[in-house]
Design a binder for this molecule. Structure first.
Ligand SMILES: [Zn+2]
Length: 187
């Protein structure tokens, strides 16, 4: 029982997929371990986020070439500088390939905002997420050029760019299903 509890602890709440829990949790563990290597500790409160922003350990992320940031509810528009660089590179590569933009749906979360989400979403899994370290972001694969709707060509192009960046050691990604996003952690 304890072992299963431990597995759930390392799942971020954005994992609501039909993939086997154990296989997924091993992959999320890898995300967590690289997320912790960017100099920002587990972020619990907004005040803590503010403090890391003022120390320039977290950088503001707004829409840029090849991407836009959607209106955020449970996350804040900041990333560690390395993750922001990786996001910009992914977006430029995607734009060069397709002439289209993708949508970032989630960035840095505090454990406090995660608790709030848990109250409204019964499926939200209890535990620490790589989003709590400022190193992860989610990109929707059903929202391109600001419009919601499936576009298999653009989804494949985005997937190909992420696979290429992962092969080059710049990031890890996981395709999520229930929330239709790629969960990405910079390395
Ligand atoms: Zn995510």
């Amino acid at each position: 029982m304890k072992r299963y509890l431990a597995l759930f602890m390392i799942l971020p709440f954005c994992v609501l997929t039909h993939k086997p829990v154990i296989a997924q949790s091993a992959r999320y563990k890898a995300h967590l371990s690289i997320a912790r290597q960017h100099g920002v500790p587990l972020l619990r409160t907004d005040a803590q986020v503010k403090s890391y922003v003022s120390k320039k350990k977290l950088a503001k992320v707004s829409s840029g070439k090849g991407y836009r940031v959607q209106k955020l509810t449970y996350s804040k528009p900041y990333l560690v500088p390395r993750a922001k660089t990786v996001l910009n590179q992914v977006a430029r590569a995607f734009y060069a390939r397709t002439g289209s933009t993708f949508t970032v749906t989630s960035l840095t979360r505090t454990t406090g905002s995660q608790n709030r989400l848990r109250r409204v979403n019964g499926n939200a899994v209890f535990g620490v997420s790589s989003h709590n370290y400022g190193s992860s972001f989610d990109i929707s694969y059903v929202r391109f050029n600001g419009r919601k709707g499936s576009n298999k060509r653009l989804e494949r192009a985005l997937h190909a760019v992420l696979a290429d960046f992962q092969a080059k050691g710049k990031l890890l990604y996981i395709k999520e299903y229930a929330v239709s996003c790629f969960h990405i952690t910079a390395r």
